[in-house]
Design a protein around this ligand. Structure first.
Ligand code: GLP
Length: 263
């Protein structure tokens, strides 16, 4: 795991978008693993800007989103499909047929989850996976106790997650689904490269668990410590409780890859 601490959330966001832009330029037909949440809205805005200002080309990319709510139709304002169409897909040159999200309305959800895994394999696997961090340590919707070997499946949402995401449902907790389909922790770990973006004081405690805590299925994000190519981009507010801060600073000054990112 490599860690970059930016002065603020805006710079962390821009650096994350730059990492994605560089990956797309290096491999135009890359399969991107994509995430949702408030943090990612600004990343997608920066990628849209890169498309307009620097001609960043999405036309050869495939995308696979981490998760979708069960029982929310793709066309509904609350679906992650709508979120992705609104923030990215309708604003860059990608065909909707190249964009994949789990189907939360399927009658046979288990079969569709298997199909999702098959389509990931068929495109050669995710080249770069973008991840946010839930306040309970989830990645995708892998709630506490998710097996590190878990694959795409239906999960029951943590009450803390439903509370955190109620803003997308007219602030009405009764409207937040109890279930979702998510790529598993094992599915996520199969990505060749992972970039995690976590900013703001609300993520400080869980970010410290993810980076410095022991591996535990109670905090799915700790599984990322096992990934050989995982970059964490954060800001001062979220990094506030890291105990190895001076070593992280040392790495930022002397690690060639991090130096390249920060130059
Ligand atoms: C949702 C998504 C997660 C994401 C999280 C972070 O729960 N399923 O993939 O990491 O939101 O949300 P935010 O960026 O709003 O803090």
């Amino acid at each position: 795991m490599k860690i970059v601490i930016c002065p603020d959330g805006e710079q962390a966001t821009l650096l994350t978008a730059r990492v994605m832009e560089d990956a797309i330029r290096q491999q135009p037909d890359i399969a991107l693993g994509l995430a949702t949440g408030r943090t990612m809205e600004k990343v997608y805005a920066a990628l849209v800007q890169a498309h307009h200002d620097r001609g960043l080309d999405f036309s050869y990319c495939q995308t696979f989103n981490l998760d979708e709510y069960v029982g929310i139709s793709a066309s509904s304002a609350q679906s992650y499909r709508t979120y992705m169409n609104t923030h990215l897909f309708s604003r860059v040159n990608i065909a909707l047929s190249a964009t994949h999200l789990p189907d939360g309305m399927a009658t046979d959800l288990a079969a569709r989850c298997l199909d999702y895994e098959k389509s990931l394999l068929a495109c050669g696997g995710v080249g770069l996976q973008l991840l946010g961090l839930g306040e309970n340590g989830h990645i995708g919707f892998n709630e506490p106790f998710s097996a590190f070997t878990s694959r795409t499946r239906v999960v029951t949402l943590d009450p803390a997650t439903r509370e955190q995401n109620r803003g997308m449902f007219d602030d009405n907790l009764d409207h937040v689904p109890y279930h979702a389909v998510t790529m598993g922790v094992g599915t996520i770990l199969d990505a060749r490269r992972i970039v995690v973006l976590a900013t703001g004081a609300a993520k400080a405690s869980v970010l410290a668990d993810m980076i410095e805590g022991p591996l535990t299925a109670s905090i799915s994000a700790t599984a990322l410590q096992m990934h050989a190519n995982c970059l964490v981009i954060t800001d001062e507010a979220a990094a506030a409780t890291l105990s190895r801060r001076s070593f992280i600073n040392h790495l930022m000054q002397h690690d060639a890859e991090l130096q390249g990112l920060l130059s």
